[in-house]
Write a protein that binds this ligand. Structure first.
Ligand code: ATP
Ligand code: MG
Length: 500
């Protein structure tokens, strides 16, 4: 932190915000200084995104005072905030999949020629420059939706970083990034900080927060509970402040050796024999047994996301996939579903309906199953109430629109869809992405419960903790191939990282 700057660039004093009956923020004070990286942590629904959205002009109806450079401001729109030098990368990507990379980089601010038409040449040239500063080498004319999600996320970040904003807010920017990409991003943030910019970094990866930030602010239940210099706190202290003292701390329990619990004699439910898909993966063979959680770990881009899709028939792999001894032609996802295969993808956007109430989002998979006789809304709501309780989803009730839930709570809804009618095989891609420590424990509990009922579960993730906490057996994938298996023994995070 720059010690010469004793005046905050941004100051929030006594900010409160409610959405209908939900009190999202209570009397929050927050200051941001020039040249600092400020980490923000807290459980799902604690109020992190809401606070930052006030700074970014997304929410305008709030109580309290916000000042920039000591002068009171009240943004009416994201445009207002941008004009005052505030740029934000939102938790949910806001790229437009059908536009090109260049169009996305310049979304809403395209350069124009002297004739008043869009200056395509300049757009392509400048977006290439912006991106190369982040080490991204991609043709700006590519349709962005065709790129891997990690790359899309980097491009979105590049857009805000190069916008010239003085205050840069990143809401969980690393969830889809590989470790080298995260390092690249951090390098970029350090440079911006050296230039005197102020950065807010929201993440559930506490190690990242502690390594990149100068200060950390902790939210709990709509209140700010602590702001401290990172040099004065440790991970355990941060977790305790996030969830209250006396908590075991899930992340810590995965730093040592984990005993794997591999059931060698249960019947094989799903088997893939030497399956390949384009350049994503080749000759991959896997077996999942009844009552087993098979973890597949690898860095972003190692082919694991495509593998998960192939097992659900979203993409058509070469080779044989068998379920309960029956070879399947997985040309469509509906075939997979009929055979009892369920899939929860890493991007909740793809499968949830933001403008529909929670209970609808939970019952959609059920509706597909019983296709003709539709459920009565009242029983849909009852089922939803049960899930809300079991999964501890933070919401006033089943009628709440999905889009109004915090990111981590939306992820729980995506999972809840499959709990009413259990499948034979459940494929989970990044099931704990964006979830806080407590929510991750809930997922572990739920997945173990399904496993104990005899369901075969495949968990694909780029987070070692996720695989370690859930899996009975672990495969490591690297450049499209399975390179290592950990079974019937112990494993540690170090050895997993080493193998990948
Ligand atoms: N537009 C909205 N309408 C209604 N309620 C909302 C809206 N936005 C947020 N909330 C509620 O406000 C509370 C705080 O949500 P917020 O998104 O700030 O949490 P968060 O700390 O960012 O959580 P996460 O880590 O899950 O992203 C939650 O209870 C959430 O459901
Ligand atoms: Mg959030």
């Amino acid at each position: 932190m720059n010690d010469s700057s004793d005046k905050p660039l941004l100051e929030m004093i006594g900010i409160s915000k409610s959405f209908g009956g939900v009190q999202a923020l209570r009397d929050v004070d927050f200051s941001l200084y020039p040249g600092e990286i400020h980490g923000l942590v807290g459980e799902n629904g604690a109020g992190k995104s809401t606070t930052m959205k006030i700074i970014a002009g997304v929410h305008h109806g709030y109580e309290g005072v916000m000042k920039i450079d000591g002068r009171e401001v009240h943004f009416r729109s994201a445009r207002d905030a941008l004009d005052a030098g505030v740029g934000m990368v939102h938790q949910e990507l806001s790229i437009v999949p059908d536009l090109t990379v260049a169009e996305n980089v310049f979304l809403g601010v395209q350069p124009v020629t002297s004739f008043g038409t869009v200056d395509w040449g300049r757009m392509v040239r400048e977006s290439r420059e912006h991106l190369s500063r982040l080490g991204i080498d991609v043709d700006p004319r590519t349709t962005i939706g065709d790129l891997p999600i990690g790359l899309q996320q980097l491009i979105e970040i590049a857009r805000v970083l190069s916008s010239g904003a003085r205050i840069i807010i990143l809401d969980e920017p690393t969830s889809a990034l590989s470790p080298p990409e995260v390092e690249r991003l951090f390098g970029m943030l350090r440079k911006l900080k050296a230039d005197g910019k102020s950065i807010v970094f929201i993440s559930h990866f506490l190690d990242d927060i502690l390594s990149i930030s100068d200060k950390v602010t902790i939210f709990r239940n709509g209140r700010k509970v602590l702001t401290a210099k990172v040099s004065e706190v440790d991970k355990r202290g941060v977790i305790e402040n996030m969830i209250g003292a006396g908590h075991r701390g899930l992340e810590e329990s995965y730093t040592g050796e984990i005993k794997l619990d591999t059931p060698f004699d249960a019947p094989v439910v799903m088997e893939a024999d030497k399956i390949s898909y384009e350049r994503a993966f080749h000759d991959v063979s896997i077996k999942v047994r009844s009552g087993e959680v098979l973890g597949i770990y690898g860095f972003m881009g190692c082919g694991q996301l495509e593998l998960a899709r192939a097992l659900f028939g979203k993409i058509r792999a070469d080779g044989t996939i068998t379920v309960a001894g029956k070879p399947l032609k997985l040309t469509r996802t509906s075939i997979a579903r009929e055979e009892g295969i369920a899939f929860v993808p890493e991007s909740r956007r793809a499968m949830l309906f933001h403008h529909e109430p929670l209970y609808k989002n939970m019952s959609i998979s059920i509706l597909e199953r019983i296709s003709k006789w539709l459920l009565k809304p009242s029983s849909e709501r009852q089922i939803a109430e049960r899930h809300i309780q079991n999964l501890r989803i933070r919401t006033p009730g089943p009628n709440q629109l999905l889009g109004n839930l915090s990111g981590g709570n939306q992820q729980k809804v995506a999972l809840a869809k499959w709990l009413t009618h259990a499948p034979k095989v459940l494929i989970l891609s990044e099931p704990t992405r964006g979830m806080d420590v407590g929510a991750k424990e809930d997922v572990v509990r739920i997945v173990r419960g399904l496993r104990n009922e005899g369901i075969a579960v495949v968990v694909v993730s780029t987070e070692p903790e996720t695989v370690l906490s859930l899996a009975d057996r672990i495969l490591v994938m690297k450049r499209g191939e399975i390179v290592r298996e950990f079974a019937g023994d112990t494993v540690s995070k170090d050895r997993l990282l080493e193998a990948a």
